[in-house]
Design a protein around this ligand. Structure first.
Ligand code: G3P
Length: 184
């Protein structure tokens, strides 16, 4: 089971690495806005610390052409270990398909149902991030979604990995491990 740190804080990333816990990093605009650094400085440092491990950098529009350009720019600037984080919308999935066709990996975020997960996987996402904490927040049991996705994926040969996101507490990590999710 892999641990991706959901942060843009350099000290937290270094600490996880020092403990042997760092398998990758995911960021988002809210997380990067909390750090007092330019985006370029921050992303460069994260990629340098991660040294070959996947780093997800999030795109910021809902326009296919702009998402594709942002994604290509991320990879051209920070290298092949970048996973372009794209929101699970129709324009987003069109961008995922174009990026996939050009050899760029995507992490599809903002996913709340198995049907959305399936669409993202078929579009060519390498990771899909179901937001279980946010589902718990509104009275659902987020982990049920992970069970459902795991069952559907067990039936087919999708290469897409389940990245359990919006983790709220250690028990979420344990439960994701019992189900066999790829990443938390
Ligand atoms: O990267 C975003 C995702 O992990 C959301 O987490 O804690 O804001 O629900 P949270």
């Amino acid at each position: 089971m892999k641990f991706f740190l959901d942060t843009a804080n350099i000290d937290q990333i270094k600490e996880a690495k020092d403990m042997g816990m760092l398998d990758g990093v995911t960021t988002n605009p809210t997380l990067v806005s909390k750090e007092n650094k330019s985006l370029h400085e921050l992303y460069s440092e994260i990629v340098e610390i991660c040294k070959g491990k996947p780093v997800s950098l999030e795109t910021t529009t809902n326009n296919t052409d702009v998402i594709v350009k942002e994604g290509q720019n991320f990879v051209n600037t920070y290298g092949k270990d970048i996973y372009v984080k794209v929101a699970n919308t129709k324009p987003g999935l069109k961008a995922v398909r174009q990026l996939w066709d050009s050899g760029i990996n995507c992490n599809v975020t903002l996913t709340f149902s198995a049907a959305q997960y399936l669409l993202a996987a078929k579009a060519g996402a390498r990771y899909v991030s179901p937001f279980i904490g946010r589902l718990d927040d509104i009275g659902h049991t987020g982990m049920d979604l992970i069970k459902e996705i795991k069952q559907i994926f067990g039936n087919y040969d999708f290469k897409t990995q389940i990245l359990v996101a919006s983790i709220r507490h250690p028990q979420h990590v344990v439960d994701a491990g019992k189900i066999g999710a790829d990443v938390v």
